[in-house]
Design a protein around this ligand. Structure first.
Ligand code: ADP
Ligand code: MG
Length: 345
């Protein structure tokens, strides 16, 4: 288990990369830190590893406060974005390196390196140097090096980001299976929301050194706690439109929608609905966003349709977007320019 209390890392010049952060990661959990570039993910991971000294706050691993311990005494293994393999060492020596540092005898560390390599299908490559390996193979060597010394925590900093799209999907499944088998607490940093949703038991969504929301993939996807989280998670951006309660109904961009519980007359809200939960109708209805099809994008098994909506709702926070998006099945491809009504499902 990892506990962070009031963790802050301020760099010279006043950048607060990590800002008074509290977090509990459970034993054996696959935990993703997700957020845009520059939000402090790497700094947070390096602080857990002991590669950065926090300005204030504490890091606890298991029952030990490790805040003052150097990286080598924290029993964590980190895999970096660029793998950080030693170019002059062969695969065996790279995998065995942390064991060498721990002064494990040569025969034993070579046995362990070979066994770990076999597990990651690297047995044929033991004598090669990193320069003679593909990106995917280098990534597996970096993983093997992390696994070989049986750490209590894995720290991964965007380990899949240098792989091409197809390799990335394979590596995702592979890594998740491996983590399940080893049941080692894992903190996985990514800026890719689909990676976090696919792999993690829980996700912390970060912005500007702070955690915006922590939850399971379905919690952050289905019940985002802010418009930041809502727009960051999802393969198509969520529709976010200003709305107002008037005459006992919710009015959003010309649509008259059923009133959710707990809203009072006159109240202004931001209405959020994912394009995947929007149907398209070709005839007028009051409970829909009336508009004209402006763009149709082919997603393979469906289409992403962008409607230009005629009516906007004005609230104190603004007039809002006049675009509404819907994902429709491939047999319902609408023509650009056609009138259409987007119906919340
Ligand atoms: P992420 O990994 O989410 O992209 P980082 O943790 O790398 O974010 O960076 C967070 C913020 O801290 C950024 O504003 C970055 O410029 C700043 N930062 C990171 N490392 C240093 C450093 N060594 N010195 C000064 N500022 C840094
Ligand atoms: Mg980073």
């Amino acid at each position: 288990m990892i506990s962070l209390h009031g963790l802050t890392k301020e760099f010279p010049g006043g950048v607060r990369a990590v800002d008074a952060l509290d977090l509990e990661i459970a034993d054996g959990e696959f935990f993703a830190l997700l957020g845009p570039s520059g939000c402090g993910k790497t700094t947070l991971l390096r602080t857990i590893a002991g590669l950065e000294t926090p300005t204030s706050g504490s890091v606890t691993i298991g029952s030990a406060d490790v805040t003052a311990l150097p990286p080598g005494r924290r029993d964590v293994a980190m895999v970096f974005q660029d793998y950080a393999l030693f170019p002059h060492m062969d695969v065996t020596a790279n995998i065995a390196y942390p064991l060498r540092i721990k002064k494990v005898p040569r025969a034993e560390r070579e046995d362990k390196a070979a066994a770990t390599a076999a597990r990651l299908s690297l047995s044929e490559l033991l004598a090669r140097r990193p320069g003679q390996l593909s990106g995917g193979q280098q990534q597996r060597v970096a993983l093997a090096r992390a696994i070989a010394c049986h750490p209590t925590v894995f720290l991964f900093d965007e380990p899949l980001s240098n792989l091409d799209a197809r390799m990335r999907l394979e590596a995702r499944t592979f890594l998740k299976r491996l983590q399940r088998e080893l049941a080692v607490t894992t903190v996985f940093v990514t800026h890719d929301q689909s990676e976090a949703l696919a792999m993690a038991d829980r996700i912390a969504v970060m912005s500007a050194g702070r955690i915006m929301q922590v939850g399971t993939p379905s919690e952050v996807f289905q019940r985002p706690s802010s418009t930041f989280v809502a727009s960051f998670i999802g393969s198509t951006p969520m529709n976010l439109l200003p709305g107002v309660v008037e005459d006992g109904a919710l009015r959003v961009a010309g649509a008259v929608l059923p009133l959710p519980e707990g809203l009072a007359e006159g109240e202004e809200i931001v209405y959020g609905l994912r394009p995947e939960y929007m149907d398209l109708s070709r005839s007028a209805r009051e409970d829909a966003f009336a508009g004209r099809v402006s763009v149709v994008e082919n997603l393979g098994t469906s289409f992403l349709v962008t409607l230009e909506v005629g009516t906007r709702t004005r609230t104190r926070t603004g007039t809002g977007e006049h675009l509404v998006q819907a994902v429709v099945p491939e047999d319902a491809e609408p023509a650009p320019g056609a009138a259409a009504w987007a119906v919340p499902r």
